[in-house]
Write a new protein. Structure first.
Ligand SMILES: Nc1ncnc2c1ncn2[C@@H]1O[C@H](COP(=O)(O)OP(=O)(O)O)[C@@H](O)[C@H]1O
Ligand SMILES: Nc1ncnc2c1ncn2[C@@H]1O[C@H](COP(=O)(O)OP(=O)(O)O)[C@@H](O)[C@H]1O
Lengths: 104, 142, 142, 104
């Protein structure tokens, strides 16, 4: 299952919608999408992970990079992460580093 | 491997194929009665090990070979991963203490080995003398 | 194989593992842009070929080896299946005429080869001189 | 995915409910379940295939055997076959041999 990415602007948010599997192959695509969203000129960047069936540590590293690029946890949101994404964040003990919201 | 081998997968060292490798691991574990939650964790841990072979042993060269054997027997499910790249430095792959893990928690990276050690009941990582790595990952089965 | 090989799966000749083999074929084809309907047909046809190796080449012995290679390139997706059992009699595996197929339609059996020939764009079945079978199944890719 | 089988009696029908994948490994289990249903003393035997995600020719052969064991197409019904089961029946040109019903 490939990764499908799209960008949605919503008020002062720029949201990356991700669908599929995030691994060593697809995380560079996610990285590009997040960096593009950071440049959209909105206050906050979000990554909607509700339809991500699988994510590995290269995905986690990409999200950490996004957090840094966007200016920190106040301006970078993980939106509705799926159960498997949440699990990887917990296993990597990074769940408390991110701002996780159910919707924007 | 100790358990009798059922399947061996040899795949080219490209991230593009990791998804297919995960599919067969997922299927094998499910058919061996492993619960969905545990299947997810094991798939993740083995994927990290494959990713390490590609990134570290082969420095991203995509024309090398990674091998994964799946077997079961005697109350164990075994997965053995082999590459023929640069052997891992021993101090990077040994099991970390809880303190070391907590200290490293906020930096990305270094997660793979931690996952592998936490998900499996028994892990033996054998870097070759001059070449290659073998990781035997064992799970107690129901 | 002509195309460059991505994955090779070697599995024990037991029906129990067919499901895992289907999982990796399904994943590989989907990731190579084959449409869901076609994926289903290809999985079915290759499963029939694996089933034939187990039933006919190995007469059901479950400790032999079946090998499946997956590759792609030059506009083709290739799957090559190999066993080292009893070679297939040539007249049982050759492509049948439409009349022969219609005549045989109401008897179960004899469906596998028909499926393999109809699903793939190019099929070469090479029974060994004294041992083994190789079937190269090729699909034009998008 | 393994094959799960159960038996349901409904009026003068004895229905085998099948769920999962039917292949060389699991078709002997389906065979046993059908032969058991044939002995249940009902007028008709049905096999509900609505939740069968995969079936190969060993499954087709097993259904043909069931057709014979139960006394023919008047007394043997395929109930709500899934799209993938229908496809295999068509590919094997056996769809017209069976009585296919949407429900009993
Ligand atoms: N197959 C391998 N080949 C070579 N080195 C490896 C291999 N697996 C692990 N390593 C080494 O162990 C280290 C820790 O791996 P890991 O915990 O997965 O973290 P990361 O990959 O993020 O560095 C790697 O940085 C690498 O030096
Ligand atoms: N891998 C194989 N090894 C030996 N014989 C084979 C093999 N594949 C096919 N055959 C031969 O070809 C025949 C036709 O196969 P198939 O069309 O799948 O029908 P069926 O398996 O129902 O007989 C088999 O009966 C067998 O004699």
């Amino acid at each position: 299952m490939a990764l499908e990415l799209s960008q949605v602007e919503q008020g002062n948010h720029c949201i990356v919608m991700a669908k599929g599997e995030i691994d060593l192959y697809s995380s560079p695509q996610l990285r590009d999408a997040i960096l593009k969203a950071c440049k959209a000129g909105k206050d906050k960047v979000g990554v909607n992970l509700s339809e991500v069936a699988y994510m590995d540590s290269s995905g986690v590293a990409t999200l950490v990079e996004g957090l840094q690029a966007s200016g920190g946890a106040d301006s970078f949101l993980l939106v509705a992460p799926s159960q498997s994404v949440l699990k990887v964040l917990q296993l990597s003990r990074l769940d408390s580093v991110f701002t996780i919201v159910e919707q924007v | 491997m100790v358990a009798s081998k059922d399947i061996e997968i040899q795949f080219r060292s490209t991230p593009k194929l990791l998804c297919d490798v995960r599919a067969v691991i997922r299927s094998y574990l499910t058919n061996h009665g492993v619960e969905t939650d545990k299947v997810q964790e094991v798939v993740l841990a083995v994927d990290e090990a494959c990713t390490n072979s590609i990134r570290h042993a082969y420095s991203g060269q995509d024309d090398k070979l990674v091998e994964l054997s799946l077997g079961s027997g005697d109350g164990w499910i075994e997965l053995e991963l082999r590459d023929s790249g640069v052997p891992a430095p021993y101090d990077r792959i040994k099991r970390k203490t809880d303190e070391a893990i907590a200290a490293a928690a906020l930096t990305p990276g270094g997660l793979g080995m931690h996952l592998i050690y936490s998900v499996f009941d028994d892990v033996t990582f054998t870097p070759g003398e001059t070449q290659g790595n073998t990781i035997l990952m064992r799970l107690r089965s129901a």
